[in-house]
Structures are given as C-alpha cells and as structure tokens.
Design a protein around this ligand. Structure first.
Ligand code: BG6
Length: 256
C-alpha cells in the first residue's frame, strides 16, 4: 500500500482541484525534481488510479515522456480485464524510443494482457506529408479510435524544455518564446492563458477529442513544472484527474 499521508495533504488536494477547476488532484509527498522516491510514489499513485477506473474493452491512449513511461512499471501484471486496447496518442518524439508513446502503449499492453496499436511517423511532418498521411486508411482508423478512447494518460511538459527535447531549431524555439508558449501536452503548446498557440504538425489526439473522453489522467510533478501546469490547466477538460507531487502543488499555490 502506498503511503502518501502528510499533514495538510487533503486540504491542498481539495484547494488545488478547485483552483484548477478539475475533478480531482492526488498529491504525493516530496519533489520529483530532487527525489527519485517521489517519482516512484507519483507513478504508483497514477497506476493505482488507472486500475481503479479500468473496465473491459476500454481503449486507453497514452502519450510519451519519462513520467508516463514509468507508470507502466507499477500497474499489476494481470489478465483481469478483457480486450483492453492501448494506443499511442500520437507519433514519436525525440530520438529515445523508450520514451515514445508507441513503446509505452506496448509496455502497458504486455503487462495487462491487452493489445496495442502504434503510430510510427516523424514527430513533425511537412504540410504536404501531413495532408497525404491524413487520407491513409490506417490513420483514419487511429482517428476513429481516438473518438472512442475511454482513458487518456498524459504528461505535461515545460514548453521550451519539450521544444529542446524535440530538437527544434533555434528559430522555432525563439518563435515559441515570442508567442508566449509556457506548457506543452500532446504536441500542443499553450500560453499562460491556456490558449493553444502552436501545434506540431503530427497525427494524434486532437484537443477537441479530449472533451469526449470519460477519463483524463494527467501526471506531472516537480517544482520546475508548476508554471507549465498552471498554463495547461487554464483550459483542461473538467473531468481531468491530476497526479502530482508536493513540490509542484505548493509552488502552484504560491505563484497562482
Ligand atoms: C509526454 C507528452 O507524455 O510528456 C508531452 O506527450 C509532455 O506532451 C511530456 O510534455 C512530458 O515529459 P516528461 O518526460 O517530463 O514526463
């Protein structure tokens, strides 16, 4: 059993959920920036929450990143659910395959006796490639699966940090600064008001599709992400549940 009791936790969870205007906030003690044990607790809590909302034949979309990758280690090996389908929320990011949504979907599927669908393509497509790709039957199938997705598990990143990880050019990074990009999730960049100011040209979950998903599980912690979290949650769908840490939570309360 995960221990995440500390004084003031419940109050902080409640206040934060109400400030961010989302369904629930779950906070683990410590700060993932400096404490690996906190990162572990955060992943365990996310895994536990995921297991509590699963149901047979659910479609679960996952994004990439270190946070979501780690959660797959903490879901229980099981054949309890029938026909779970894990799908990549979008094409690859960066060069590290271990952190790509595709890989993470397969990790979850193997653990939970489900199947998975992947979406292999460059993270950023040219205009031409993008419109050609959209017509491909396997892409249409993915888009249809996104329409029917029951749960999405996603990370939230700092805009400039994510741009660097994607090997964006200096010009692109400057442009993101100019338009005030603060956070990034599923390939969308948001400003401090939560407006989507830029999107990388890739096939993947669309912002408007999130609205129809029953469960959105956002997992992101660390003091360094506080700004990004405040930006993203200016617009997040109300059914979102955030698993985070004390570091991010306290810092959000301080700067909001
Ligand atoms: C990914 C998302 O899951 O996580 C990105 O697709 C997000 O949008 C990123 O920015 C954050 O990565 P990390 O490694 O900090 O969990």
């Amino acid at each position: 059993e995960v221990v995440r009791e500390w004084s003031g936790r419940l109050q902080l969870e409640k206040s934060l959920a109400s400030y961010l205007n989302i369904k629930e906030v779950i906070i683990v003690p410590g700060n993932v920036d400096t404490n690996t044990n906190t990162a572990l607790l955060q992943s365990q809590e996310a895994a536990k929450y995921l297991e509590s909302i699963l149901s047979d034949e659910f479609i679960i979309a996952v994004t990439g990143g270190t946070t979501i990758a780690s959660i797959s280690n903490y879901v229980h090996q099981t054949d309890k659910w029938k026909r779970l389908l894990f799908i990549a929320a979008r094409g690859g990011v960066g060069k590290d395959v271990r952190l790509q949504a595709n890989t993470i979907a397969s990790l979850f599927a193997n653990k939970m006796n489900g199947s998975y669908r992947t979406l292999y393509m460059p993270d950023s497509l040219s205009e031409e490639a993008y419109s050609t790709m959209k017509k491909e039957p396997f892409i249409k199938e993915m888009v249809d699966l996104y329409e029917r997705t029951n749960i999405i598990i996603h990370g939230i990143g700092d805009a400039l940090e994510m741009a660097r990880r994607r090997n964006s050019s200096l010009e692109e990074i400057q442009r993101l600064e100019e338009i005030g990009a603060v956070s990034e999730a599923f390939g969308y960049y948001f400003n401090s008001q939560g407006e989507a100011v830029h999107r990388i040209r890739t096939i993947g979950v669309q912002l408007k599709q999130l609205e129809n998903m029953e469960h959105l599980l956002a997992v992101a912690g660390g003091t360094k992400k506080a700004n990004a979290l405040l930006s993203y949650f200016k617009q997040a769908p109300a059914q979102t549940v955030l698993v985070t840490d004390e570091g991010a939570a306290q810092e959000m309360m301080r700067i909001m």
